[in-house]
Ligand binder design. Sequence first.
Ligand code: HEC
Length: 120
Amino acid sequence: MRNFILLFLLFGSIFASDFITKNEYAKMLYSNPRGIGCDKCHGKKGEGALIAKFKHFDKKSNKIVDGELKAPRINNLDFWKFSEALKRPKDVMPSYFLTDEETLLLYEYVKNFNDNKDKK
Ligand code: HEC
């Protein structure tokens, strides 16, 4: 009987639909997806950020020049561009294996920061 009650409690908590809210889930995905967090490169609010500065040899000018690696702003894109970037990442942008729903949640999450900024 005791085991039955424990089992009941366990399943109850797993299947409770309002276990975490959509926004909480999106926030978690943004800072801790199955891989390195988006915030590490794109900034807390998707505003874009400098990842690294480096020096490289420029063949044209025959000089050593400064270079920068930046993660672009991502809170002002349309959904198509956003999801394409996640499906077919370029450069140092890592590959993620997110479901369509997760991509949408992430998109809405970062877009929110843009709306807030524009209202002032
Ligand atoms: C290791 C750093 C890094 C991480 C982590 C990272 N990105 Fe990126 N991301 C980049 C860089 C650099 C680019 C620019 C690639 C290019 O076009 O040259 C980029 C491009 C993008 C673009 C396209 C922007 C545009 O204007 O076309 C989107 C959207 C994007 N990232 C979303 C995400 C999301 C969402 C996550 C987390 C799931 C994430 N990124 C994690 C570095 C990162």
